[in-house]
Design a protein around this ligand. Structure first.
Ligand SMILES: [Fe+2]
Length: 214
C-alpha cells in the first residue's frame, strides 16, 4: 500500500527530531532543542490550517477533565509521539502530572491559563500516593505560539478562556506506557491513571472522508 503523505512541516519536524535525538542524549538539552523545532512547526500555516480539521468529538473532549488526544505520530525508534489536544471553551483539565515522561505543550489556537502546583505534604516527586496536598504556585496566561516544557512529575493544569483551544503535544513516550497522577483538591485524593485516550488521526490531507487513521 502506498503511504499517505504527511504535511511537509510534519515530515520536516519528524526528521529533525530524529536527527536531534540521535545527537543529543542529555535529556534537558534534548527537550530544549525539541521546543525550538516545535516552535517552527507551530508557525507553519498548513499546520495551523490542519488544526481547524481536528474534531471536537466527545471522545476527544473527554469527561471530568480527562481529555482524549489525537495521535498524529509515534516514532518507531525513539518513541516520541506527536499528539493534538482540543479543549472546548472554558474547559479545565485536571490537576495532574505526566509521570516519567517529558512533554512539550504548544498552543496553536485559542487562549488559556497554564497553572503550576507543588506538593505541600511530605510526598516526593515520583511517588504514587493515595492522597496529597497541592498548592498553586503560578498561573500564566498563554496564547498561540506558547510552548510549555513539562518535566517528569511536574504538577500542572490548563484552564481555557471562553474559546476553543487547540494544541500540539510532543511526548517522550506514548500515553499508556507510563502511569500518572491526578490530584483532586476538593478532598485531597489522588488517582493514578494511564493517560489520555489515544485516537489515531492522519497528520496530512490525503485521507478519505471519515478515515482518521494515521
Ligand atoms: Fe498535562
Amino acid at each position: 500500500m502506498i503511504p499517505v503523505p504527511r504535511l511537509p512541516a510534519a515530515e520536516k519536524f519528524i526528521s529533525q527530531m530524529r536527527a536531534m535525538f540521535a545527537a543529543t542524549p542529555e535529556l534537558p538539552l534534548r527537550w530544549e532543542k525539541a521546543r525550538q523545532l516545535l516552535a517552527d512547526m507551530l508557525r507553519d500555516p498548513e499546520v495551523r490550517q490542519h488544526a481547524q480539521t481536528w474534531p471536537d468529538s466527545p471522545a476527544i473532549l473527554g469527561l471530568e477533565g480527562k481529555h482524549g488526544n489525537l495521535l498524529l505520530y509515534e516514532d518507531p525508534d525513539w518513541g516520541f509521539c506527536v499528539n493534538a489536544l482540543i479543549k472546548k471553551p472554558t474547559a479545565k483539565t485536571t490537576i495532574h502530572d505526566h509521570g516519567v515522561s517529558w512533554t512539550l505543550y504548544g498552543v496553536i489556537e485559542g487562549g488559556e491559563d497554564v497553572a503550576r502546583f507543588e506538593r505541600i505534604d511530605d510526598g516526593t516527586p515520583g511517588d504514587l500516593p493515595k492522597s496529597a496536598t497541592v498548592r498553586a504556585t503560578e498561573s500564566i496566561p498563554v496564547g498561540p505560539g506558547y510552548i510549555d516544557l513539562i518535566k517528569p512529575w511536574e504538577i500542572h493544569a490548563e484552564y481555557n478562556r471562553p474559546e476553543r483551544t487547540a494544541a500540539i503535544i510532543i511526548r517522550s513516550q506514548k500515553c499508556g506506557s507510563y502511569i500518572q497522577n491526578i490530584f483532586y483538591q476538593k478532598d485531597g485524593t489522588v488517582e493514578q491513571y494511564w493517560g489520555p485516550q489515544q485516537i489515531p488521526f492522519h497528520f496530512g490531507w490525503n485521507r478519505q472522508s471519515g478515515d482518521h487513521t494515521a
